[in-house]
Design a protein around this ligand. Structure first.
Ligand SMILES: C[S@@+](CC[C@H](N)C(=O)[O-])C[C@H]1O[C@@H](n2cnc3c(N)ncnc32)[C@H](O)[C@@H]1O
Length: 259
């Protein structure tokens, strides 16, 4: 499976699956400002996509939801196995780019009967937007389908700002409580080390905050659910092209009825 950056000669949607590899074409930017972070493909998205391809059993025929999908790469890969993937992020501009990628690769999902639906889901808002005038808003049918059938949530590289990490974890636990079925969340993260003047040392503050949020989720003892957190060994096969550095981590959260 090859990820290309609009290379000349790359087959179009009319027949790439006929070759020895499936080709995913992703429109993206090589570098972005913080405001536009979603417009580039982060290594953790490729790492997560590899795990999706490895754990086809988990995704097979399921309804799944991606949070902070950016270019949509991981959702596109998930839809080759899943039935419906809700691919979510914020901002009409980014979601429009993401939608273009979904259309560009729709033959890959369609081959297995899967579909990707690009929707707005803002972790800073408690409810899904249903205003039909807002681009990528939700229909009542989509919301009913989401809550009735979703069993897998996933997100890549969304832990770079502590406030957003908190919002993401709130969204995860709120969604898990609203879903009819037990669900599994898969999160990828790259442990980034920085030298800070404040500490005069190498630190990984965003990563540390992510790890404490995982612990807090596991300790949460309210409601009908409990959350079981487990780190996934990075020994699954690498099918996509990227450098699998040891700072890449994958975490699995199982939300299940409390005993
Ligand atoms: C570092 S990018 C990762 C993008 C993609 N998952 C990847 O790995 O290539 C973080 C993503 O989180 C999204 N994001 C940031 N704040 C958000 C919010 N409040 N609600 C939903 N998504 C948000 C950004 O738009 C961006 O797409």
């Amino acid at each position: 499976m090859i990820l290309t950056q609009e290379e000349a000669g790359v087959p179009g949607p009319e027949g790439p699956e006929s070759g020895p590899h499936s080709i995913i074409q992703i429109e993206h930017t090589m570098a972005t400002t913080l405001e536009d972070v979603g417009k580039q493909v982060w290594r953790g998205a490729l790492f997560l996509a590899d795990y999706i391809l490895f754990r086809r059993d988990l995704f097979q025929g399921c309804t799944a939801l991606e949070l902070g999908a950016g270019t949509g790469l991981a959702s596109i890969v998930a839809a080759t196995v899943a039935r419906t993937v809700y691919c979510t992020d914020v901002g009409a501009d980014l979601l429009t780019m993401c939608q273009r990628n979904v259309v560009l690769n729709s033959h890959l999902a369609a081959a297995g009967g899967g579909v990707v639906k690009v929707k707005e889901l803002d972790w800073l808002k408690a409810d899904l937007c249903t205003d039909p005038a807002v681009p990528f808003s939700w229909s009542e049918e989509d919301i009913a389908d989401l809550y009735s059938h979703t069993t897998v949530l996933f997100a890549a590289e969304v832990f770079y700002d502590d406030d957003l990490t908190d919002a993401l974890f709130h969204t995860l636990s709120r969604l898990a409580r609203r879903l009819k079925n037990a669900c599994t969340a898969i999160l990828s993260v790259e442990k980034r080390l920085n030298f800070t003047l404040r500490h005069l040392d190498i630190t990984c503050e965003a990563y540390d905050h992510f790890r404490s949020s995982l612990q807090a989720l596991e300790r949460l003892a309210e409601g009908r659910l409990r959350f079981v957190v487990e780190r996934v060994e990075a020994s699954f096969p690498q099918l996509l092209i990227y450098e699998r550095i040891r700072q890449l981590e994958l975490w699995k959260i199982v939300a299940e009825p409390a005993p």
